[in-house]
Design a protein. Structure first.
Length: 302
């Protein structure tokens, strides 16, 4: 069932049972941390993060249990750098169900390498949209809003804007934070630049891609595979336009899409007619040369 159909009008709030927006699996690994005798703290941290993400209401919409966004957050703590202060990386992945199938399409699959945070065992994670209270809360909330925003973009054109705006507010609130990842000058692929790209009009074609590719393409594949695949092929031109216009050298938003979709592109177009395979492969090689060997598989299948 489409999420935009399943969301219940808020006037029924008082009589409708509902779930939160996310069904997020959380894993915290601390195998690289040396000298820590209290491993229970990492299990407690995992539980605390799980509850923070899954039990908080992030939107004003009402979700049925089966409509929750499936996602995974894997935190790898690499070092304890002070009392209750840790350095880590965080992998974030989210999926979207495809209409008429059991298939889930990967929407987001990325790693945040600038994740330093403080955590005291059994301390709750407090988050306020108007202020930066802790790096742990801000990073988790930022990526939660990115997950929700991309999901909404895939169901309605530019539907994720309210949630991307919230992510941008988190970045703005964190400009005085001592931790990395929030400031423009640190590097061109961090949280600051990702949300700047997403909300920049120059990258609007990428957001249109999310809608055309998923709602008009993949969601049609069960009933009309040729029509759906054709729409997917045309949606790639949105990515090509941004690549050719090159709003900035690194284009982290475009890379975010390619990291999530490269394998799926190969699977989708490997079943198409030969001329469609060739056009798709050539376009993908142009915009994502690092995966050339992968995209060549499209034309090598029979």
């Amino acid at each position: 069932m489409y999420r935009f159909i399943g969301i219940v009008i808020l006037m029924f709030w008082g009589i409708t049972s509902f779930s939160q927006e996310l069904h997020c699996r959380v894993q915290v690994s601390a195998q690289q941390v040396q000298g820590s005798s209290n491993k229970q703290i990492f299990r407690t941290l995992q539980k605390t993060i799980y509850e923070f993400i899954n039990n908080r209401r992030w939107t004003t919409n009402v979700y049925a249990t089966e409509e929750r966004i499936e996602c995974t957050i894997q935190i790898n703590i690499t070092k304890q750098i002070g009392t209750d202060v840790y350095q880590a990386t965080m992998q974030i992945q989210s999926n979207r169900p495809i209409y008429g199938s059991n298939y889930n399409s990967v929407i987001l699959n990325t790693i945040d390498n600038d994740f330093q945070f403080e955590y005291v065992e059994n301390q709750p994670i407090e988050f306020n949209e108007t202020t930066h209270q802790s790096n742990l809360a801000s990073v988790l909330a930022y990526w939660t809003y990115i997950i929700i925003g991309l999901d909404y973009d895939s169901f309605s054109p530019m539907g994720g804007t309210p949630y991307f705006t919230k992510a941008e507010r988190i970045v703005n609130n964190a400009q005085n934070a001592k931790e990395r990842g929030w400031k423009a000058f640190e590097n061109q692929k961090n949280r600051y630049w990702i949300i700047q790209n997403i909300l920049d009009a120059k990258y609007k074609p990428i957001r249109q891609f999310y809608y055309d590719y998923h709602r008009l393409g993949l969601d049609k594949m069960a009933d009309k595979p040729a029509e759906g695949r054709s729409k997917i092929a045309s949606s790639l031109r949105h990515l090509q336009k941004v690549y050719r216009d090159r709003p900035n050298p690194t284009m982290p938003f475009l890379q975010l899409v390619l990291d999530a979709k490269a394998d799926e592109f190969v699977n989708v177009f490997s079943e198409g007619p030969s001329d469609e395979k060739t056009r798709a492969a050539n376009l993908l090689i142009e915009i994502n040369a690092a995966n050339t060997s992968k995209y060549k598989k499209i034309t090598s299948t029979r």
